[in-house]
Design a binder for this molecule. Sequence first.
Ligand SMILES: Nc1ncnc2c1ncn2[C@@H]1O[C@H](COP(=O)(O)OP(=O)(O)OP(=O)(O)O)[C@@H](O)[C@H]1O
Ligand SMILES: [Mg+2]
Length: 240
Amino acid sequence: MTVTENMTRERPDSGGEVLRAEGLHKHYRAAGEILSGVTLSLQRGEMVAVVGPSGCGKSTLLHILAALDTPTSGTVYFAGKVVSSFSNSELAEFRNRQIGFVWQRHHLLADFTAAENVAFPLFLRGVSTSTAQATAHERLDQVGLGSRAESSAASLSGGEQQRVALARALAGDPALLLADEPTGDLDEQTAESVFQLMQSLHRTRQLTSLVATHNLSLARRCDRILNLEHGLITERVTNV
Ligand SMILES: Nc1ncnc2c1ncn2[C@@H]1O[C@H](COP(=O)(O)OP(=O)(O)OP(=O)(O)O)[C@@H](O)[C@H]1O
Ligand SMILES: [Mg+2]
């Protein structure tokens, strides 16, 4: 099958399904099999939590779903298209335009200002400096940090840096937000405010979101909870 044929091979039932993973396996030589056949589906507009013990593979899974890493085997579909069949330019476009990724260790550029950090993904796609800066300021306003736009990332508190990371993930108006422990390392009150912010941005920006978290009480406020353990996903019943 040629790449072009493979790319256009759409799942006939993709409907409102934004992302689907089928039978994902991931094996690391040192760590062994981390994912042992993960299958999941995200419907448009859902906010879904993925929980599981440290080291169970939550970050590994999110990286694979964002095409930042490749599975040993298995398939990821985005809007019905097979992600592994994307050309390099389609992959770059997928990562830059469709996905907003909040890293577990937010990976802000410490010596750059909050606004420069948020504008960075827009510079990568060739948006003009003035438009990128205007968008960055708008996103920082939305996360309550408009007044800190010109502060260096290193000078911000942990919660503020987490909010900048969220603003950066949303800078390019993605369809899908993948957030890896966006409230990790934050005190309870700050975690609550970052989560509330993410929930409200999820609604207003009509996102589909997958959030890895250790915080079960926050996970219970998502539409569904996926439990990752022993390399497999099981769905937990929420509100219990
Ligand atoms: N690049 C890599 N090379 C080898 N092993 C890796 C690599 N990345 C992750 N691992 C291993 O895979 C396992 C799962 O790691 P991962 O970071 O996905 O877990 P996690 O569920 O996100 O944990 P946490 O809750 O602590 O963030 C760990 O044992 C880790 O050491
Ligand atoms: Mg992790």
